[in-house]
Design a protein around this ligand. Structure first.
Ligand code: GLU
Length: 368
């Protein structure tokens, strides 16, 4: 149930953190901080993804950043410490320590960086620190274009799904997802609950919001990533007073239900970014895995690609080279090359040892 969520990621968009004149909205921010502190004291683990660096920096420098990526980067470098100091001062008043983490998409794609980030974040949470996360806008031009984290909705969904959160709350300036565009249709109705982000649901989102880089489309994409990773997601309107206190209320905002219940381990396998190799299997093995939830046996393997060690994540491909599953290999690629096409009984004879009857055991397999 959503109220049992222990690890919660809150994402705050630029528009909800500033007033119409571009100044930071301290009243909003402090009310978020006060209500988050309350959750924190109920023993929840909180991570915050915050936008606003570019906007604050542009205001300070009195520049218009709309046409230049480099100016946006310069503005972000000026605005980020200002933004951070507001969060930090606010939480300090409640005796809560914060940490600043600036990320690029590469930090998740590179396994060493990702593991190190996971460890750092779990140490911070263990030490009761609230990590305050933003994109590292200054280091890469692509951060502000479309190649990497195009927006903080995407960043927050990756943070939530890769760092084993239970719930992502996107605090925006809209009430949630509507069945029609509410700006054009007076009778548009708020959708309170989404069981699965299907293409029909995706078609309901239109346009980007002004100010930040996201809009309903990026929020829905984020909700899709998060819910298909087995987490709850929620879009709420930060202009509703004390919205943070109401995040578990199903009548408020749009709640996206987890659309699968993969364990943390299976989630890690399914969303791995560092696949070391692949195994191709015949139709019989594919149907045993896909239709009958069986392990992968050596007999059904027809080819091995890439170099990988025992314990690494591999793709499992069908006869048309289409990936249909991922798993943790019980053997390295050289061993699999030797035992492919042979019955499990022959493994000891061929290799001189046997770790397992299965090349990928079913607990280490996830269908894609
Ligand atoms: N990282 C940007 C900032 O702090 C925000 C990106 C977005 O609006 O999604 O200004």
């Amino acid at each position: 149930m959503i109220e049992n969520s222990k690890r919660i990621v809150f994402k705050f968009g630029t528009n909800i953190l500033r007033n119409e004149d571009g100044e930071i909205s301290l009243s909003h921010l402090y009310s978020f901080i006060e209500d988050i502190s309350r959750l924190y004291k109920q023993d929840k683990e909180i991570l915050i993804v915050t936008s606003g660096a570019v906007g604050l920096g542009a205001k300070k420098l009195k520049i218009d950043t709309s046409t230049s990526t480099t100016l946006k980067q310069a503005a972000a470098s000026v605005g980020q410490p200002l933004l951070m100091s507001i969060w930090q001062d606010g939480f300090e008043k409640y005796g809560i320590t914060t940490a600043q983490i600036l990320l690029t998409e590469e930090d998740f794609a590179n396994r060493k960086k990702y593991l190190s980030l996971r460890l750092t974040l779990s140490k911070l949470l263990e030490n009761k620190v609230i990590p305050i996360i933003n994109q590292n806008d200054a280091v890469s031009p692509s951060e502000l274009e479309h190649a990497c984290f195009s927006d903080n909705d995407k960043l927050s969904s990756i943070v939530a799904s890769k760092l084993d959160a239970d719930l992502l709350v996107m605090v925006s300036d809209v009430d949630g997802l509507y069945d029609k565009n509410p700006k054009e249709h007076k009778d548009a109705k708020l959708i309170k609950q989404v069981e699965k982000v299907t293409s029909k649901i995706e078609a309901l989102a239109t346009g980007a919001s002004s100010g930040g880089r996201g809009g309903m489309i990026t929020k829905l994409t984020a909700a899709k990533v998060v819910s298909s990773s087995g987490l709850y997601a929620k879009i709420v309107n930060g202009k509703i007073p004390n919205i943070i206190k109401k995040v578990f209320d199903n009548e408020i905002g749009t709640t996206f239900l987890p659309s699968n219940n993969l364990s943390h381990k299976k989630r890690w396998i399914a969303y791995a970014t560092n696949i070391m190799g692949s195994i191709k299997v015949n139709e019989g093995a594919k149907s045993a895995i896909k239709d009958n939830q069986k392990s992968l046996l050596s007999i059904g393997i027809t080819d091995v690609q890439g170099k990988f060690k025992k314990g690494e994540i591999i793709s499992i491909l069908d006869e048309n080279n289409k990936e249909f599953a991922r798993g943790i290999s019980s053997y390295n690629s050289d061993d699999i090359e030797k035992i492919k096409g042979h019955h499990s009984d022959k493994i000891s004879e061929i290799l001189g040892y046997k770790f397992d009857d299965d090349v990928v055991i079913k607990d280490n397999l996830v269908l894609i």
